[in-house]
Design a protein around this ligand. Structure first.
Ligand SMILES: Cc1cc2nc3c(=O)[nH]c(=O)nc-3n(C[C@H](O)[C@H](O)[C@H](O)COP(=O)(O)O)c2cc1C
Length: 407
């Protein structure tokens, strides 16, 4: 059972991408500006290809919102593909247009081209690459922006930043999990100003130099980004069944992004090299004094941790600390200096097909990671608190938070 359902459709050079999200309560303020902001962030980043210069994504709201507020029915979104005007015949649904462009017959290593062609019995791999392309993620970002808007009603913030491109890593250990809320927000702010979405200036410089080298050499790059979720209450997700564990759900959500090949929660792989005494986040408790109560002072009280190696999730449940996720992206597989392949019709050796392509898309992948995290967390949030209207969800949330504070 999921509280939120969402899906996307559309080809990379088709007329448009469409998507819907169902389960968002009524009464949530939602505008196209909320969505377009993230669409723009996804389009940016040093090392993107020519396509991003053609597209300037804008989401049209087709259903589910009236007079600026959600009405409880599915929210449907549409993003036009500006490049479609150059592909009208090539992407036509009309049988008469068949053969208007040559078939793609040289599969690219690292893409769905060959396996997809065999699976769906196509001899023109355009039928595969049009949908397997990461263009589809523009709609995921749009749907994720709806989820973010919802979560922000409860003080929940999501962000991301790049910590590695190729072999260049940020130096500061601050960016590797240990940080808390305010620090994460300041890291995020710095990253938002960077063309590679990296919070450290020296690493940023070296990353740009490396991307320039890949551009010159007809090559490509991958890297690593971190996503954080701040303000989550304790208790989202559950240990009671494998598919209810929030860490597992988030891992799948991030891994479903094109080119993501590894996901970590908290310290992740680094945790395996620690002694038990070093890896866990010890539990502390501070009672709220009468004076604090009177002044409603904001110092930490109740249960708290001094570290966050677990990345905010223990036993598949949020523990009230920031959720920290990390995803590794492989290098972009389409290369200007193409790799070896075989023609699927002649069975002769060829160079893989080349289509205008990104050189490095890690900064954009971080924004997509935010969207997937938002959708997953919003689902877990509504599963816990329910509510068909925002006011109902808020009542349920407030009552739970009162209980948590007294626990
Ligand atoms: C934001 C983003 C942009 C991408 N841009 C390209 C691109 O321009 N060219 C390309 O070959 N692959 C690109 N990819 C990666 C491919 O879509 C992906 O490697 C391919 O679909 C195969 O899927 P897999 O790597 O998950 O196995 C991009 C991925 C993301 C997340």
């Amino acid at each position: 059972m999921t509280a939120i359902r969402y899906s996307t459709a559309g080809e990379s050079h088709g007329k448009a991408l469409v998507g819907f999200i169902e389960g968002i309560p009524s009464g949530l303020f939602l505008s196209t500006e909320d969505i377009d902001r993230d669409l723009k962030r996804r389009q940016g980043g040093y090392g993107r290809g020519g396509r991003m210069k053609i597209e300037s994504d804008h989401a049209e709201i087709l259903s589910g919102v009236r007079w600026g507020k959600t009405i409880g029915s599915p929210v449907t979104l549409l993003i036009e593909n500006k490049d479609y005007k150059n592909w009208i015949e090539a992407m036509s649904s009309n049988a008469k247009a068949e053969g208007s462009i040559p078939a793609v017959v040289k599969p690219r290593p690292g893409h769905a081209d060959l396996s997809g062609a065999i699976k769906y019995c196509h001899h023109d791999m355009r039928n595969i690459l049009e949908r397997s392309s990461a263009r589809e993620t523009a709609m995921r970002v749009a749907l994720g922006a709806v989820a973010k808007r919802f979560l922000s009603e409860f003080g929940i913030t999501i962000g991301s930043y790049v910590i590695q491109i190729g072999r260049i890593q940020v130096q500061s250990s601050k960016f590797k999990v240990k940080s808390f809320g305010t620090e994460l927000l300041s890291i995020f702010k710095k990253a938002e100003k960077s063309p590679v979405r990296c919070p450290e200036r020296e690493a940023e410089k070296q990353m740009i130099t490396l991307i320039d080298r890949a551009i010159r050499e007809g090559n490509s790059l991958g890297g690593i980004f971190e996503v954080f979720v701040l303000g989550l209450p304790v208790g989202l997700g559950s240990y009671t069944q494998w598919d209810r564990k929030l860490d597992g759900r988030l891992a799948q959500a991030l891994m479903s992004i094109q080119a993501i090949k590894g996901v970590e929660v908290g310290l992740g792989f680094e945790m395996s090299s620690k002694f038990g005494s070093e890896g866990m986040d010890e539990i502390f408790y501070r009672a709220k004094s009468k004076e604090q109560r009177a002044k409603s002072e904001n110092t930490i009280w109740g249960f708290y941790r001094k570290t966050n190696n677990a990345g905010g999730i223990e036993g598949g449940i949020t523990n009230g600390m920031p959720v920290i996720l990390r995803a590794a992206m492989k290098p972009i597989p389409t290369l200007r200096k193409p790799l070896r392949s075989f023609d699927i019709t002649t069975k002769k050796p060829v160079q893989a097909a080349y289509e205008r392509s990104d050189i490095c898309a890690v900064p954009a992948a971080g924004v997509i990671g935010e969207a997937m995290a938002a959708l997953t967390v919003a689902d877990a949030f509504l599963e816990k608190f329910g509510g068909d209207s925002i006011s109902e969800t808020l009542r349920n949330y407030n009552s739970y938070m009162k209980y948590v504070k007294r626990f």
